[in-house]
Design a protein around this ligand. Sequence first.
Ligand SMILES: [Zn+2]
Length: 337
Amino acid sequence: MKKNSEEKISLQNRKKEIIILIISIIALLVFICVFPPVIYIIVIGWFIYEYFYFKSDKFLKIKDSIKENTKKCNELNAHIEELKKAYINIKQIDYGQANYVDNSKYNYKRPELKRNKETNNIYNCSLTVCKNAQNQPFKYICKYFNIKPNEETLEKFENILNDFSAAEQGKQLLKNERDYILKSISEQIPLLIIKFRRNKLIKKLGFDKIDFSQLYFPKYTFRYVSAGGNSSMSCDIVFNIENLDRFINYLSESIKFRKSVAGQRALMTSSLREKIKRRDNYTCQKCGLSIKDEPNLLLEIDHIIPLSKNGLTTEDNLQTLCWRCNRTKGSKILVDK
Ligand SMILES: [Zn+2]
């Protein structure tokens, strides 16, 4: 009962705050129409208010009260950034480095040659290859980027998919958790700050920025440029989660497995990841934490016997671990080596 009446009072206070806000905005608008320079005064006034608010004891106390939660969020954020490196960590062939000098007269310079240095994931090809790559991207990627369709490659791409899927899910879960924390303290923070300065508030509370961009997905490009540089065409293949899933299936189709492996091997695809989590009841098999305890808990799929120790991707060699347990397991294996 007491809690209910408290909630009512705080709701009434909020309503009052909103009504006062609306009246002040209308009054201000009228005032601005009559006396335009007032807008500068308001803007400067706002920044001064904001500056002192974020330095006030009241705000610092709120920041302190959620310190532990912010720390946990930032740890998960750092972990997600690590997961995104799954592709970069794979050893690629080092083709060396060459210098490029364009000695042509000014009018004949070919700027497109300069861009070649960007990455070794660009293949310059004839118009026919470029067109064909559009129709059968995986086949042409294997052929022209020297990706051999064998068990080793399949394993590498399965690992990339596993890490990237966890990163994508992690970003969303982390955002949900952050929103939940913000909601829990929103009553204590002025409405104007929440409405108009949300990003600054998040930063001032100590949350690291969540990088939602998907630019970390590997991209392969086939590019045709005519000799004169006047005509060009390119075909990009981005290995996002959907394409990775399809590529894994493609590789598996084109590999002739060793007989012993073929019968028992499962493919680490998005659907298998979900299946294992469901089987394990969305519970970490090491510490017993589940999404019932922490709705925004990031769960990952782990090989019980690691691939490096001849473990296989089979359902009974896979388990669900929370990201914290999976991370400690990973570092232990590194120490073992
Ligand atoms: Zn755990």
